[in-house]
Design a protein around this ligand. Structure first.
Ligand SMILES: [Zn+2]
Length: 287
């Protein structure tokens, strides 16, 4: 059964580790991530962007697919199904379809409007027992066409949103979605410390987890980051493994054209990436 991300993140905060959010794109992705979480006895958050939900057919299809897999694969670790960067309308649709966790991304609204809309979702989240992630300022890079500037969040604005009682807070600390540019200057731990000073116990999330050096990931966790979003890294490992399948002419071998065979190396690659991240974040054996 799907659960809210609240308990797993509260435990992570106490245990000083982070739970990974791994974004899904299809059945293979979802199965690979769920099986890896089960094998590693790790809690897990499945992230779904509105674009990915649309690609898979819609929110209802995603919820039913995930619920079906939890049952058929006998998954026992805590799993949250989380809307990633939800719009105002999209957040309502995902809640209606049975998602157990919502990120309402009001970061592009003026702060007063972001607060008003976040409050609206907070009320629903409390009624339905869902976790709610909110965002302040913008995080760099591009996600489904939303371009950010890589700016740093204002700690006082973070406090305003954290004080509402949201479950998770996303705030830019120099992190960027997608692949990092060569001239990237790294995470700004000074800003992170100031945000934590203002937001206290509110769990913080690091978006754009792909390509952040391991020591920076570990330092963020030691300072209080409890959720780390991984998306691009699984895409890169899946595509590299699939490319190798064709380069090695495996598709020309007997039944090598069978889609289940074609997709198998990519699935294994996703599983390896997810396991590496769970070990790095410290969530292995924490379910
Ligand atoms: Zn993000």
């Amino acid at each position: 059964m799907l659960v809210s991300a609240k308990d797993m993140l509260t435990k992570a905060k106490k245990g000083k580790y982070a739970v990974g959010q791994f974004n899904i794109n299809n059945l293979e992705w979802t199965k690979a991530i769920l099986l890896t979480a089960e094998e590693n006895k790790s809690p897990v958050i499945l992230g779904v962007s509105e674009g990915a939900a649309k690609y898979m057919g819609g929110f209802k299809t995603v919820t039913n697919m995930v619920n079906g897999l939890l049952e058929d694969l006998k998954i026992t670790v805590p799993v949250a199904l989380h809307l990633d960067h939800g719009s105002y309308e999209g957040s309502y649709k995902a809640i209606e379809a049975g998602f157990s966790s919502i990120m309402f991304d009001g970061s592009h609204y003026p702060i007063d409007e972001n607060i008003a809309k976040t409050k609206e979702f907070l009320k629903i989240a409390e009624e339905k027992g869902l976790s709610l992630e909110a965002e302040v300022g913008s995080i760099g890079g591009e996600e489904d066409g939303v371009v950010g500037t890589g700016e740093l969040a204002d700690p006082l604005e973070c406090k305003m949103i954290a004080d509402l009682g949201v479950t998770i807070l996303a705030a830019g600390i120099g992190n960027i979605h997608g692949q990092y540019p060569k001239n990237w200057t790294g995470l700004d731990f000074g800003v992170l410390r100031n945000i934590i000073k203002e937001t206290g116990e509110t769990p913080l999330v690091l978006h754009g987890g792909t390509g952040i050096p391991e020591d920076m990931i570990k330092e963020s966790i030691s300072l209080g980051v409890v959720k780390i979003n991984v998306n691009t890294e699984c895409q890169l490992s899946f595509t590299a493994a699939t490319r190798k399948y064709f380069e090695d002419n495996k598709d020309k071998e007997a039944k090598g054209f069978d889609p289940r065979k074609v997709l198998a190396p990519g699935v294994e690659a996703i599983k390896n990436t997810v396991k590496e991240k769970m070990d790095l974040f410290g969530s292995t054996n924490k379910a």
